[in-house]
Design a protein around this ligand. Sequence first.
Ligand code: GDP
Ligand code: MG
Length: 440
Amino acid sequence: GLSEKLQNVFKGLKGKGSLTESDINTAMREVKLALLEADVNFKVVKDFVAAVKEKSLGEEVMASLTPAQQVIKIVNEELTELMGGTGSKLTYSPKGFTVYLMVGLQGTGKTTTCGKLAAYLKKNGKKPMLCACDIYRPAAIDQLEVVGNSVETPVFTMRDSKEPEKIAAEAVKEAQRRGFNVLIVDTAGRLQIDEALMDELATIKSAVKPHEILLVVDALTGQDAVNAAEGFNEKLGIDGIIMTKMDGDSRGGAALSAKKVTGKPIKFVGMGEKLDALEPFHPERMASRILGMGDMLTLIEKAQEDYDEQKAAELEKKLRKNKFTLEDFLEQMGQIKKMGGIAKILDMIPGVNSNAKNNINLAQSEKEFAQMEAIIQSMTKAEREDPNILNASRRRRIAAGCGQPVSKINQLVKRYNDAKKMMKSFSGKGGAGRMNRMFR
Ligand code: GDP
Ligand code: MG
């Protein structure tokens, strides 16, 4: 499989004290073959290998990593990025009632996944109801009822109706009347994407305005799954992908290509036929699984920490000399972002309830970081080095330059000053290092 192939590539690099460009070229040729064999989209492979190569040649080499470890680290980071970075969670409608429309080709696992999703939502404190809109086969309705029964979730049906959009609309009313806060709509599939199917789904979509359209694809079908995702996204618009049958003998290619090709994230993976076999998708975990080298990755993480420690020591020196600039501040914020932000820190605290964690919006902090970056980029060198010189007219100029209100500049300066104060109080031997660790 892919894991063994990649591990072999890295083994080939292991003994080397330093890596030449030709070592990297050879390694990347093998990585490329391994990915293609795993049925990853050709264009995706090409871009991936180019990115890894560029980084391997360009990145500052950490003293604490061997060259092979350095390459593994980069491959791991790029794999994670390829699959969507920090990962995308299922979202709930702010209105308090959420409709998910489940779509996909025949046999991909829609009906089963409806049940799995209901079970998952119940575990997360929601009250879901199911709705049967596959009108073509009575057996499809029976199947959803069996599934609903096993996860103790009611199923709305209208067996005589041939209008799925009406069924779905009625189900919304019924669910709201009975106090449910989620409706999961199961739909019919076809062997291929065709006009009739897309029209039918579009009609249901406009009747119930789903909060998310979730496309179910079968990992075993490889590139076909990715092509289907592209088609559904173009014709209907989807919000996320659920990739089923990841427990099977898939070559992994679909999971690696889907996000890059469609622009839409994988939100869950199906890991078996049972109704509890649904897992939120974590790109970083999937990347480690593909690389199949937990120990190696831990080692690399450790080296990364040591590296951060060095940086922290530099910061500390700057603080002591009162040379902590806005750029240093930005780097500090970047560290927090890199570690997955506040949400990740909360994740490590036992007892913090999972709903609270879900509510913390990672995108928000990503956006904030980009804004800070833009503000600092609009400053002169002197201003970055000493924000104390930022008078009102300078602030107005910067605001105009980065297209943000002056209040944002003020907020940034305040945060910088607070961080500086806080770091000073941590100062002393190992202080900034302690600070850094706290951020992680
Ligand atoms: P639908 O036609 O899209 O509604 O697909 P179904 O829900 O009826 O599922 C088709 C088949 O795939 C059934 O035999 C399911 O048990 C099976 N299936 C669904 N999800 C998974 C999964 O994650 N892993 C495995 N191994 N089988 C699955
Ligand atoms: Mg079905």
